[in-house]
Design a protein around this ligand. Structure first.
Ligand code: ZN
Length: 320
């Protein structure tokens, strides 16, 4: 109905992206707030509830009617129970966020996972909107994915589907944040690219491990991409290694999911043709009988998670 909006929040480790989104997926109002995760999970939950209440109030003041609330968070999310099970960067452990929020606001509330929600938005409103089977891959400090079929993102039995970053691609590779060696994320995330470049360009002066050292600024993955495009030897090597690892991971994903479109988002995807051209070629090399998916950049930017939160909020109204 005209004037009906979802209140949507995408809660990250550093900030919250918030919006009022109407039933056509149009953002009617947007605002951002710091998360200040260091204050502990109770304080963060209180901030989420206060911000959500403020947004509902803003909607009413603007003559809009808030009809549902959607909140997405990182980590492991049990969407069926509405519980933020575990999140390293926000500090959540088994927080029943859906019930807390619906009690406070009196609105039907959906709790979701940030990357799955971002994938949902890209699949329905963004780069994958013309195809039914989409794999959304977010490449930033980590790598995570969402498999969207017929407009809904698979959650898995335990709320942990889509951990593409922890596919094993190099058994003897660097140690991943999860503790195992050779995960895709340890080779092809933006942080892995920056770390590898620092390793290869910084000579140890005292026999200690190589690294950027005190007073030196780490070259970012985006800068490595630019240096590779300019023909710098070490950057070219680091970039090629990352692209090959990523192609291995995507080939595995395509064998599992047989999608029409792979949408790449996150910071690394902004490298443009410098990423997409070699990655398409490397992926093509790895596919035998599997059909080659379209490989396209995300188009919704960092609003994807918030738009996905709105979609989850509105979707729950249609499923009794
Ligand atoms: Zn891992």
């Amino acid at each position: 109905m005209i004037g009906e909006v979802a209140v949507a929040l995408d809660v990250g480790g550093t900030g919250m992206k918030c919006a009022l989104v109407d039933t056509d997926g149009v953002v009617r109002h947007a605002e951002r707030h710091p998360t200040d995760a260091g204050r502990g999970p109770d304080a963060v939950v209180e901030t989420i509830l206060t911000v959500a209440e403020g947004l509902a109030g803003k909607a009413r003041a603007d003559g809009l009617t808030p009809i549902a609330l959607g909140i997405v968070v990182p980590g492991v999310v049990d969407e069926a129970r509405g519980v933020a099970v575990w999140s390293a960067n926000v500090g959540f452990r088994d927080v029943p966020l859906r019930d807390l929020a619906s009690a406070r606001l009196g609105l039907p509330t959906a709790l979701g996972h940030d990357v799955r929600a971002g994938g949902l938005a890209e699949a329905r409103l963004g780069a994958g909107r013309t195809t039914g089977h989409v794999l959304f891959v977010a490449i930033g400090t980590g790598i995570a994915a969402a498999h969207v079929v017929a407009g809904s993102a698979a959650t898995g039995a335990h709320g942990a589907a889509g951990e593409l970053g922890h596919i094993l691609v190099r058994p003897d590779g660097p140690v991943c944040g999860c503790g195992r060696s050779g995960c895709l994320e340890a080779l092809a995330s933006a942080s892995a690219v920056a770390r590898r470049y620092a390793e290869l360009t910084t000579a140890p002066d005292d026999g200690s491990a190589a690294g950027p050292g005190p007073g030196r600024t780490m070259v970012t993955a985006a800068q490595v991409a630019a240096r590779a495009a300019a023909g710098e030897e070490v950057a070219t090597r680091v970039w090629r290694e990352a692209v090959e690892a990523l192609a291995d991971g995507l080939a595995t994903a395509q064998a599992l999911f047989d999608v029409a479109t792979i949408v790449l988002g996150g910071g690394l995807a902004q490298a443009g043709a410098g990423l997409f051209d070699p990655l398409r070629a490397a992926l093509r090399d790895r596919l035998t009988f599997h059909r080659e998916p379209q490989l396209v950049p995300a188009v919704l930017g960092d609003e994807a998670g918030c738009l996905g939160a709105a979609l989850l909020a509105l979707d729950q109204l249609e499923t009794p």
